[in-house]
Design a protein around this ligand. Structure first.
Ligand code: CP3
Length: 344
């Protein structure tokens, strides 16, 4: 198997810097958009054959070093009793948001084999299809980011309802976070049992919090998940955006790899965190620019990594729907042509 992604996750030496892209299966691909004309996004997540097809689409075009299961962070929530849809160009909309203690107490803990068997089925099929070519990444939303959708009921800029619950009814908050931590742990363990070779925990919106509040209201729950996975030995990636002031605390919560957005220079993150692998961190907006700019910015990140062990190249957040295919091709070429001798 081409295992440079897994090796980098363990900070072992690699021949080339591995690269994969968040949302690599998605709307910037014409073949994805063609399937979406026929099927609803959630229907595609729930049909293993379709999820497998979409997962493989970017790998047919680009020389990527990992596959990520096509799914969504919202998928396990129906098993908890959260009723949602995903609105095109908007995001998740929850019909029955959690607003008080009783709502939180009424949530169930996910039982993956009962609630989302199609996810494990897709993973098993994918492992067969990938046939050891590249590793398969499983994923889940982190408790805070999931809580933000469950409480707000829709994407929100300031997360005021989420914070109101957190500060205003801490018993309700801790009940909600406890159930999410138990659900996500079970969900990721089931993915690993089905064959996921690495996992990423997406705490996309946690940058809304101060370090103090992260420690009090979030860290224990994310840590529970990382602790639950540690015996599996699979590389665990801990990603968030807007996390410049939270990186040390995210490291404390867990993960072999910290996923950075574009706001933190890689070398500064390494100075702060020490011996850990880092994933990132090209601004996805750069991918909309001319190829020369993509090249220049990519090289800048590679030179910040400076051949240190444990760099996984990625964007700082998901690839944007209007990204030109040529820029993705160029990006992967540049990262892979970064010469071996410079890797130390
Ligand atoms: O990375 C991959 O290729 C795997 C697939 C994946 C999707 N969502 C597919 C998707 C992954 C890893 C996610 C995670 C996800 N979903 C996150 C965390 C990552 C991040 O970007 O911060 C979040 C916050 C969500 C919730 C969500 N789902 C949003 C905000 C949206 C976008 C809404 C829109 O239309 O702009 C979705 C929908 C979604 N998830 C799409 C895809 C390909 C687009 C759906 C479509 O085809 O209309």
């Amino acid at each position: 198997m081409r295992d440079r992604f897994l090796r980098a996750g363990r900070r072992a030496p690699v021949d080339r810097t591995p690269i994969w892209l968040m949302r690599q299966a998605g709307r910037y691909l014409p073949e994805y958009r063609a399937l979406r004309e026929k099927y609803d996004m959630l229907a595609m997540c729930r049909a293993p054959e379709l999820a497998v097809e979409v997962t493989l689409q970017p790998l047919r075009r680009f020389d990527l070093d990992a596959a990520i299961l096509f799914s969504d962070i919202m998928i396990p929530l129906r098993g908890m009793g959260v009723d949602f849809e995903i609105k095109h160009s908007v995001g998740p909309i929850v019909a029955n948001p959690v607003r008080d203690r009783r709502d939180a107490e009424n949530l169930r803990v996910v039982e993956p084999e009962r609630d989302v068997p199609f996810v494990m089925q897709a993973i098993r099929l994918l492992r067969r299809e990938l046939d050891g070519k590249v590793p398969l990444i499983g994923f889940a939303g982190a408790p805070f980011t999931l809580a933000s959708y469950i409480v707000e009921g829709k994407p929100s800029r300031d997360l005021l309802r989420t914070k109101s619950l957190m500060y205003g009814d801490s018993a309700a908050w801790h009940t909600l976070m406890d159930k999410l931590a138990a659900s996500v742990s079970a969900y990721l363990l089931a993915q690993i049992r089905a064959g996921a070779q690495a996992v990423q925990l997406f705490d996309s919106w946690v940058g809304a919090l101060s370090p103090r509040d992260y420690r009090a209201y979030v860290l224990p729950y994310s840590k529970k998940i990382f602790d639950a996975l540690s015996a599996t030995g699979v590389p665990r990636i801990h990603f968030g955006t807007g996390t410049a002031t939270l990186l040390e605390l995210m490291q404390e919560a867990g993960g072999e790899v910290i996923g950075l957005d574009w706001r933190v220079p890689l070398d500064q993150a390494w100075d702060r965190l020490g011996d850990i692998a880092l994933q990132g961190n090209l601004d996805p907006a750069v991918m909309l620019a001319a190829p020369e700019i993509v090249e220049q910015q990519t090289r800048a990140i590679l030179s910040q990594a400076d051949g240190r062990r444990g760099h996984i190249f990625n964007l700082g957040h998901g690839i944007l729907p209007n990204t030109p295919i040529e820029n993705v091709e160029r990006l992967v070429e540049i990262v892979h042509s970064f010469v071996v001798e410079t890797l130390r």
